[in-house]
Design a protein around this ligand. Structure first.
Ligand code: ADP
Length: 493
């Protein structure tokens, strides 16, 4: 029996997915399962790690069954995951001592402010590329140690292990034989020095986290360890790991300096490949490890927009002026570019470059003739304007992409992508396979198990479905952007 397939596991925030690929990177089968979101208090978000583990095993079984193959035909496994989400378990039993604390969880906000008084945010940024914020794993680990009964003592005795979701899955897949992670996931913990590629003793001391809890950090394509028969039904090497946004950049074949991907799902996440330079942002963008292959680190500049596709869900579920998100395309097609009405979907404040948590949403510029169609179209336009703000911040930090590759649910909307290209004044490319994240994990596994010789080979597998070139006049673009700036000024907190 030849091992000719790859298994890629995408452990996301709302669901787990397993996809089987053949050696041409074509999807043979896939399965997906949602799991519970747990909200114990306002601002707290948890997952049950056992449910995550059960869902990963289940979707893997289903994907194998639907492909009509067994683990014996899988050459290697790639894992990609929701980043920053924090799991702590007892090494002796493998049992988690608390639920997974999800990246969205804000329970450590006060603790972060307190740390900020003792330790400069700029020093954290200098080492980790991140900001002193509850988003990242570090303060979540500290919270578990400081709040779960007996945790501190277990940690001091060396019994506890910390991992992001990749690391937890790897531990379970190898039946407790391997405690490791990859450099992209490590770079989101706020404990990892992205320049020296080592855990940072000073930050560990500041947060009172014993180094004994930390996983070993490997390249994204590496021998992470073989799965155990009991865990998943066969011994197969786990040979690729990357956090979801970094995996998407790999899936988009963003291997060269300046290549940029922007994912439009609920929110929008953009990463630009900055090669071997870790650019320091003056606009509070994040500097991150985009990949580490063969010991060579590629850095990325990352920014996000909180509200993208969710603005369409708001039109559908709250305003109820569209029946479905795709309907927005027909509306925009008949309405055309709207130059008087602006929707500012600052439902959760404004991100880069404003960083205004107190801003709230608004619709401005309404006149007697404005109606539903203008509001729907202006909402699509708002996602493009927010992307423009993000890219202006990137440009100011020294990275001006000339092409962006897009993925995520919203990119099915051609009207949106044309407007995006017009507003950014750059070429926008949509691949045939918009499932970039899980594909990135498969590419890493393919590289490590020798199905491809280098990642550049994956570039040849990347297929373009549609290209959108800017065709708006600069006068019109400038006028629209100036209207957007005025609208944003009105909603600032
Ligand atoms: P996530 O991974 O964050 O759950 P997806 O990548 O599945 O998100 O994308 C879903 C989002 O895309 C939804 O917020 C939805 O409103 C939006 N969306 C889906 N189709 C369209 C469309 N044709 N036009 C605009 N937005 C869309």
């Amino acid at each position: 029996m030849t091992r000719q397939y790859l298994l890629a596991i995408d452990q996301g925030t709302s669901s787990s997915r397993s996809v089987i690929y053949d050696e041409r990177a074509d999807v043979v089968a896939s399965a997906q399962q949602e799991f519970r979101q747990i909200y114990p208090k306002p601002g707290w978000v948890e997952h049950d790690p056992e449910e995550i583990w059960a869902s990963v095993r289940q979707v893997t079984r289903e994907a194998l069954a639907s492909a009509g193959i067994t683990m014996r035909e899988i050459a290697g496994i790639g894992i990609t995951n929701q980043r920053e989400t924090t799991v702590v378990w007892d090494r002796r039993s493998g049992e988690c001592i608390y639920n997974a604390i999800v990246w969205q969880d804000r329970r450590t906000a006060a603790y972060c402010r307190d740390l900020g008084e003792r330790y400069a945010d700029s020093a954290v940024a200098g080492k980790t590329g991140l900001r002193l914020d509850p988003y990242f794993s570090a303060t979540k680990v500290a919270w578990i140690l400081n709040n779960v009964d007996g945790a501190r003592r277990l940690a001091d005795d060396g019994h506890l292990a910390f991992g992001t979701i990749d690391s937890f899955l790897l531990w379970r897949l190898t039946d407790g034989a391997v405690h490791a992670t990859d450099a992209t996931n490590a770079s989101r913990t706020m404990l990892f020095n992205i320049h020296t590629q080592a855990w940072d003793d000073e930050l560990l001391e500041l947060l009172e986290i014993p180094a004994s809890m930390l996983p070993q950090v490997l390249d994204c394509a590496a021998e992470f360890g073989d799965t155990s028969e009991g865990a998943i039904g066969g011994a197969v090497p786990v040979c690729g790991i990357a956090g979801d946004q970094q995996a998407a950049l790999i899936g988009q074949a963003g291997f060269d300096y300046g290549m940029t991907k922007s994912t439009y799902g609920t929110g929008c996440f953009a990463i630009a490949n900055t090669g071997n330079t870790a650019l320091t942002s003056h606009n509070q963008l994040l500097t991150t490890v985009a990949s580490r292959i063969g010991g060579e680190v590629t850095y990325g500049l990352e920014g996000s927009v909180f509200v993208a596709g969710s603005a369409l869900q708001w039109l559908r579920d709250e305003l109820r002026i569209i029946d479905s998100a795709p309907e927005s395309e027909q509306v925009a097609n008949r309405t055309g570019v709207v130059d008087d009405v602006y929707v500012v979907p600052a439902f959760a404040g404004l991100g880069a470059p404003y960083w205004d948590p107190d801003a709230r949403g608004a619709i401005v510029g309404l006149s007697r003739g404005s109606g539903r169609d203008q509001i729907v179209t202006a909402t699509l336009q708002a996602v493009a304007y927010q992307t423009r703000d993000l890219f202006d911040a990137m440009k100011d930090d020294g990275m001006a992409p000339s092409v962006i590759r897009v993925d995520g649910g919203m990119v099915a909307n051609d009207w949106f992508l044309q407007f995006l290209s017009d507003i950014l004044d750059v070429r926008v490319e949509r691949p045939t396979n918009v499932e970039s994240t899980v594909l990135g994990a498969a590419y890493l596994a393919a590289l490590q198990c020798g199905m491809i010789d280098d990642l550049q080979q994956a570039s040849h597998l990347w297929r373009c479905d549609a290209v959108f070139e800017p065709r708006m006049s600069s006068d019109q673009r400038d006028a629209l952007l100036s209207g957007w700036a005025t609208a944003v000024a009105r909603v600032r907190g």
